[in-house]
Design a binder for this molecule. Structure first.
Ligand code: F3S
Length: 390
């Protein structure tokens, strides 16, 4: 792979041992995927933040890197294992909290913005169309590639950190035009009424297309929240990192769909998916915000519960930035009065909810996919409206 003189210096250790180690990792990755060169990245999102996922070995690795290295570009984090301020309210134990705080401290030392969210684009890290970035979390990767038209592969924790510290990523995969063409047309015949319907469709299509790129036709409209629900579910049940929607996503008009295989998503497939994802009946808790809730979703929930007490307690997971705005405009008060909590920095999958609940209700296809395996939960999968009414 061609390296610029600056990149050679990084590799040769002129900027220290950690930078050299990070550059070696990127060069190896680039060699595996036949990248011809490195490209600068505008921003990074690093995964592997929750103590539940990375454990003591991960913490040690990060503390070691933090002794020497600083990030070069705007870098955000994926959700941590707890609300970094109100972890006691979540029922998190002291030992877990201590380790999680140490992980965050290591990231802070590297100059990373402590914004632990899977929706960085709603919290101050918004790339532009065609900009190269190195993001990790699969739903954020899908949103950035598909809805914004930025360019990122799905980075692992170490390769994202290496991109943050060097400012570069190898140019392969979804950074290249030729790899952004669709492989299959999805004709949408079902009426999609809620973002949970989009999530259900995403779950179904992800399983069908695996890591291929789908091109959707027949979707009349999709809000930002619908798109994030769709992409998150497709990335979870399959490994879809980019999708196009005719008339809606920016690259849909630039790609060719001639001769592609077609699949249909209709009323029956929608029902079949709801049936499949519902594995429990009486939830202990309802948790919204997978991917992290937008301000608009919190406003909708606050309206639905205003002046009521819900039958089940509920949490809304979101970014710290959105939680602060919600607090400022009085939404948290309405939500608390109804029996809910706004939880920042974490989510139902990466926090240890298996120690707290057995059945969790969600409106997210991605959460419904991961909760049984990651958190030993039975799942109730319904729309926001149905969960808050039922
Ligand atoms: Fe985000 Fe957690 Fe869902 S990281 S996409 S809220 S599983």
């Amino acid at each position: 792979m061609y390296l610029t003189p600056e990149q050679e210096k990084m590799l040769d250790g002129e900027y220290g041992e950690v930078v050299s180690r990070m550059m070696r990792l990127l060069v190896r990755l680039g060699d595996i995927y036949n990248a011809e060169k490195m490209i600068p990245v505008a921003s990074v999102q690093v995964a592997g933040v929750s103590y539940k996922s990375i454990g003591d070995a991960g913490l040690e690795f990060l503390e070691d890197i933090a002794k020497e290295a600083k990030v070069k570009v705007l870098t955000f984090l994926n959700p941590a294992g707890m609300d970094l301020e109100n972890w006691r309210e979540m029922g998190i134990d002291e030992e877990f909290a201590k380790k999680q705080a140490a992980i965050i401290e290591a990231f802070k030392k590297m100059g990373i913005v402590i914004s632990a969210t899977c929706t960085p684009y709603l919290a101050g890290n918004l790339p532009r169309y065609r900009q190269h970035i190195a993001w990790s979390e699969s739903s954020a990767v899908s949103f950035a590639n598909s809805v914004i038209g930025a360019r990122t592969n799905r980075e692992g924790g170490p390769s994202a950190l290496a991109a943050a510290i060097t400012g570069f990523t190898p140019c392969y995969g979804l950074h290249l035009d030729e790899n952004r063409q669709p492989h299959v047309i999805v004709d949408v015949k079902a009426e999609l009424k809620t973002s949970t319907d989009f999530a259900a469709m995403g779950y179904y299509i992800g399983k069908e297309v695996k890591k291929n790129i789908p091109y959707f036709r027949g979707i009349k409209d999709a809000e930002v929240d619908d798109s994030k629900a769709l992409g998150a579910a497709m990335a979870a049940s399959g490994a879809v990192a980019l999708y196009h929607v005719e008339g809606i996503t920016p690259e849909a008009k630039e790609v060719s769909i001639d001769g592609l295989e077609k699949i249909e998503f209709g009323k029956e497939e929608l029902k079949e998916t709801y049936d499949k994802l519902n594995t429990g009946d009486e939830p202990d808790i309802i948790i919204f915000g997978c991917p992290h809730a937008s301000l608009n979703e919190i406003i909708k929930i606050a309206r639905l519960v205003e002046g009521k007490k819900t039958k089940k307690p509920f949490w809304i997971c979101t970014s710290r930035a959105v939680k602060e705005i919600a607090k400022k405009i009085g939404l948290d008060e309405k939500i608390n009065q109804a029996g809910g909590k706004i939880i920042a920095d974490t989510c139902m999958v990466v926090s240890p909810i298996e120690n707290l609940f057995n059945t969790t209700a969600v409106n997210s296809g991605k959460a419904a996919h991961y909760l049984p395996g990651f958190c030993k939960q039975k799942v109730v999968f319904k729309s926001m409206e149905d969960l808050l009414e039922g």
